[in-house]
Design a binder for this molecule. Structure first.
Ligand code: C2E
Ligand code: MG
Ligand code: MG
Ligand code: MG
Length: 277
């Protein structure tokens, strides 16, 4: 019996692994087609100044609509894209699309705020990012002050000296740099004083249980104080409630993005929020 059970378990495992491998295999093929077949779209989530509800920026967030699989959230396909090297193509598509949009919006007379773009760890470490970004900005006649790149702490810790060089190149081009999901990664704080950074994004996991969770309050308060005293900007992610808004204002964090104001919306809905020049 034991032998049979063991054998069944073994078969179960291999079947599961085969399914996973097969899913990844399908996903890679599908990802490859997605760019060509225009199955990706960008949504934009406004970033708000809490003091007057004005829009100070937006984060570009990718969405994938596959005719067979439906809408696939980035949490499912970005990790696969990172493991298979497809992420460079995706990041490049996002950069091109944002720069193209910014230029178009300006031509249409909109007062365009800065747009934040997520850059994956793998792409960041590649040493070609700065040149690539420069070429894309140039191609679309997009001004670098309107672009912010978001990277995570892990990117910096992987190779601090290389990260420093790449960040400096980008900063010299006039591009703003933010640390995404701040406080969730493996990191040392010493890089904050040496690297050319512009802002910290407080991860939504520290915001979502405010005001109930005193520890999250303490951590958020500490991040805000750290940013303020280092002369970095700070923005809270995932602000969903009026109480969280109150907390952030009281603690001196005046910028936020979250469902309380707006989720990430399609381009036309985002434009409806902007003013004309
Ligand atoms: P992220 O960069 O930290 O993006 C913030 C995520 O929080 C987004 O999820 C956004 O929709 C969600 N969010 C914003 N406000 C709220 C809120 O009030 N409540 C809740 N519950 N969620 C909120 P999304 O769009 O599913 O993206 C997930 C992650 O996928 C992103 O985390 C980012 O790491 C990655 N990602 C998304 N778009 C791109 C992209 O274009 N390129 C790359 N490389 N990664 C991307
Ligand atoms: Mg982000
Ligand atoms: Mg984040
Ligand atoms: Mg994230």
């Amino acid at each position: 019996r034991a032998k049979t059970a063991g054998k069944n378990r073994y078969e179960f495992y291999t079947q599961e692994m085969t399914d996973q491998a097969f899913e990844r295999f399908l996903m890679v093929g599908a990802l490859r087609n997605a760019i060509e077949n225009q199955q990706f779209v960008l949504h934009y989530q406004p970033q708000i100044d809490l003091r007057d509800n004005s829009i100070i920026g937006a984060e570009a967030l990718i969405r994938w609509n596959d005719p067979q699989m439906g809408t696939i959230p980035p949490s499912r396909f970005i990790p696969v894209a990172e493991k298979t090297g497809m992420i460079q193509n995706i990041d490049r598509w996002v950069l091109n699309t944002v720069c193209h949009n910014i230029h178009q919006w300006q031509q249409q007379g909109y007062r365009v705020p800065r747009v934040s773009i997520n850059i994956s760890a793998r792409h960041f470490g590649s040493n070609i990012l700065a040149d690539e970004v420069a070429a894309i900005l140039d191609h679309h006649h997009c001004s670098s002050e309107l672009i912010e790149l978001e990277i995570t702490e892990g990117v910096i810790m992987n190779n601090p000296s290389r990260a420093g060089k790449e960040l400096k190149q980008l900063r010299d081009m006039g591009i703003r740099l933010a640390i995404d999901d701040f406080g969730t990664g493996y990191s040392s704080l010493s890089y904050l004083k040496t690297l050319p950074l512009d802002r910290l994004k407080i991860d939504q996991s520290f915001i979502s249980d405010i005001p109930g969770d005193k520890n999250d309050q303490a951590i958020s308060r500490a991040i805000i104080a750290l940013a303020n005293s280092l002369g970095l900007e700070v923005i809270a992610e995932g602000m969903e409630t009026e109480q969280q808004r109150q907390f952030l204002i009281e603690e001196g964090c005046f910028h936020a993005q979250g469902f309380l104001f707006s989720k990430a919306v399609p381009e036309h809905s985002f434009l409806a929020l902007l003013k004309k020049v």
